[in-house]
Design a protein around this ligand. Structure first.
Ligand code: V55
Ligand code: FE
Length: 495
C-alpha cells in the first residue's frame, strides 16, 4: 500500500482552483484544456496487494485561456463509486473479478457495471468520455465534469467493453475503437467498431483472439488496425477462484492481429513472435504491403501486482520497456515478423505518444518519459516515497535515432507527457510538451509546459497547484475548437 507521505496516498477531495499560480509564461495560443484521468481509493481496497488499476476513477482538467489557468477535479461517479459511498465501505474485490465482490454488487453477468472509468479520456461528437477497457464509456459533462452514466451510442454499441485507447483518424475524424472480452468475462470475442465524427456507428467487425489476453491498446494505419495479444492471460476458473484478473504466462507467445480497416473477420491475419508485453503503442503506418508498428515493449511482466503463473518473483530489471519497431510483411507466407530495438540503451516508461494529427501515418517523433540517471536527484527531499524517479521527457527522433530531453529538476517526478501542436497547421513536432509533475520538495502538483523542439531549454511555464493532485494514468489535450468546456470557472454567476 502507498505510504501516507507520498504522491500515491489517497487524496479524497474534489477541487476548483480559479486562476492557478503560474510561474514563467503560458504561450500565446495555448487555449483549450488538458483533461486527465487517474485513480484514487475512495475506500481502501479489500486486498492490500490489489492493483492500483482498481482505484476509483478521478477526472481533472487544467483549463487554459489567454495565459490563465483554472483547475477542476472530480470523482467519476460510477455505479460502483455510488454503491461504495452508500455503504460507506469497499464492496468490491480484486481487480476485474466480480466473483470476489459482495454478492449484491457482483454483477457476474453484467461485469461492465463494475467499471471504474479510471484510465483515459476521449471525445467524439462533442461528448467527453472517461474510459476503462472493461466497459462502455462513461459520459462526462465537459463543463462541470459531472458523470452522466454509461454511454452506448443509443444502444447501438455491440460490445460489453471499449478500449481506453481508441484512435481518432485525423483525416476522417472517425473514432476507431474495440472491446475485448466483448461478450462476457474471459470470452475470446473482440469487436472492432468505427464511429463517425457525428457519433454514428458505421462499421462493426466481430473477431476471435488466439487466447484471452489484456489488449490494452492497439494501433491504426490509413489501411489497417493492429491488435497486440500478449502474456497476460485469464480464464473463468481463475476468476471463480477469486483471484486477480490477470496472471503473467511467460510461455505465451505474442500475437499481432492485422485487419484491413474495411475487412471482414476472415481477412484478419495473425503474426506470431516471442513472449513480450505491448501495453501501449506509439503509432503505426502502412506502406505498400508492409505494416510498421512502433511501441515501447517489455521482455517480461511489466506490473508487479499481476502475479506470474509460474510463481516466480517479479523482476524489476527485466521489466523495462525499450522502444522497438515491428515490421510485418503482408505478402509473407509464414506468420513471422521482424523486431528491431531502436534505442537499445534507453529504458523508457511505456506511455508513448505522438503528434495525434498524424495518427496512422508515418511520424518522425515519439514522446515518452524516462529516468535520466545522469541528472541530479535530491534524495533527501524526495524521501523514500518516490520509487523510480522519472525525471525527463524524451523527444525521440525515430528517423535519425537521436533523442533530446527535458529534465524536470532534482525533486520532481513526471507523469505521462502529452504533445500539443503550436497551431492546427504546424509541422509535425512543432508545439508543446505538457504534463503533470509531482514536486516532492513542496508535496504539490505542477503542470509543466516545454517547447517540443527545444526541450533541453527547460520549462517555459509551470502551473502550480496548492496541493498534491492524484497521479494521472492518461491525459489528453483538447483545443477550444475540439470541445466546448463552457464559461471560465468562476464566471458562471456572471452569465
Ligand atoms: C492498464 C491500466 C489500467 C487497466 C489495464 O496501463 C491496463 C495499463 C488504469 O487501468 O485497467
Ligand atoms: Fe493505457
Amino acid at each position: 500500500m502507498a505510504q501516507t507521505s507520498d504522491f500515491f496516498a489517497p487524496q479524497a477531495f474534489e477541487a476548483d482552483v480559479i486562476d492557478c499560480q503560474v510561474e514563467g509564461t503560458i504561450p500565446d495560443g495555448l487555449n483549450g484544456a488538458f483533461v486527465r484521468v487517474g485513480g484514487d481509493w475512495a475506500y481502501p481496497p479489500k486486498h492490500a496487494d490489489d492493483s492500483p488499476f482498481n482505484q476509483d476513477g478521478y477526472i481533472s482538467r487544467f483549463r487554459f485561456r489567454n495565459g490563465r489557468v483554472d483547475y477542476t477535479g472530480r470523482w467519476i461517479e460510477t455505479e460502483r463509486y455510488r454503491n461504495n459511498r452508500a455503504a460507506g465501505r469497499q464492496l468490491y474485490g480484486y481487480y476485474r473479478n466480480p466473483y470476489d465482490c459482495e454478492p449484491e454488487v457482483a454483477n457476474i453477468d453484467e461485469p461492465w457495471r463494475n467499471t471504474l472509468a479510471n484510465t483515459n479520456v476521449e471525445v467524439n461528437a462533442g461528448r467527453l468520455f472517461a474510459l476503462k477497457e472493461d466497459a462502455p464509456p462513461t459520459e462526462i459533462d465537459p463543463v462541470t465534469l459531472k458523470s452522466k452514466g454509461l454511454f452506448t451510442f443509443g444502444g447501438d454499441y455491440g460490445s460489453q467493453t471499449f478500449t481506453a485507447h481508441p484512435k481518432v483518424d485525423p483525416a476522417t475524424g472517425e473514432l476507431i475503437t474495440f472491446g475485448y472480452e466483448a461478450t462476457g468475462l474471459a470470452s475470446d470475442d473482440l469487436v472492432l467498431t468505427i464511429i463517425d465524427r457525428d457519433g454514428a456507428i458505421t462499421r462493426e467487425t466481430r473477431l476471435k483472439v488466439p487466447y484471452v489476453s489484456m489488449i490494452h491498446d492497439f494501433a491504426i494505419t490509413e489501411g489497417h488496425v493492429i491488435f497486440p495479444v500478449f502474456g497476460y492471460v485469464t480464464d473463468l476458473e481463475r476468476l471463480k477462484a477469486g483471484k486477480i484478473h490477470w496472471t503473467w504466462d511467460r510461455e505465451a507467445p505474442t500475437w499481432f492481429g492485422i485487419l484491413p480497416r474495411d475487412g471482414e473477420a476472415n481477412d484478419l491475419r495473425w503474426f506470431k513472435g516471442p513472449n513480450r508485453a505491448i501495453v501501449h503503442t506509439f503509432n503505426a503506418y502502412t506502406r505498400g504491403d508492409t505494416v510498421v508498428l512502433d511501441a515501447p515493449i517489455f521482455d517480461n511482466n511489466p506490473f508487479p501486482f499481476f502475479p506470474s503463473a509460474d510463481g516466480s518473483e517479479w523482476d524489476a530489471l527485466k521489466s523495462r520497456a525499450l522502444i522497438r519497431r515491428m515490421i510485418f510483411d503482408l505478402n509473407s507466407k509464414d506468420d513471422g515478423y521482424r523486431e528491431e530495438i531502436l534505442f537499445p540503451d534507453l529504458p523508457v516508461i511505456d506511455l508513448g505518444r505522438v503528434d495525434d494529427r498524424f495518427m496512422g501515418r508515418e511520424t518522425r517523433y515519439a514522446y515518452t518519459s524516462f529516468n535520466d540517471p545522469a541528472q541530479p536527484i535530491d534524495r533527501d527531499r524526495l524521501g523514500t516515497g518516490a520509487r523510480r524517479v522519472i525525471n525527463s521527457y524524451g523527444v525521440f527522433d525515430m528517423h535519425d535515432r537521436t533523442m533530446r530531453s527535458f529534465y524536470a529538476g532534482p525533486t520532481h517526478a513526471l507523469q505521462e507527457v502529452t504533445f500539443v501542436p503550436r497551431a492546427a497547421d504546424a509541422d509535425e513536432g512543432d508545439g508543446w510538451l505538457i504534463g503533470t509533475a509531482s514536486n516532492y520538495a513542496e508535496m504539490r502538483t505542477e503542470l509543466i509546459v516545454a517547447d517540443a523542439r527545444r526541450p533541453d531549454e527547460g520549462a517555459i511555464g509551470r502551473v502550480v497547484l496548492p496541493f498534491r493532485a492524484n497521479v494521472q494514468i492518461h491525459g489528453r489535450w483538447y483545443s477550444d475548437a475540439q470541445l466546448d468546456f463552457g464559461p471560465d470557472a468562476g464566471m458562471e454567476s456572471q452569465k
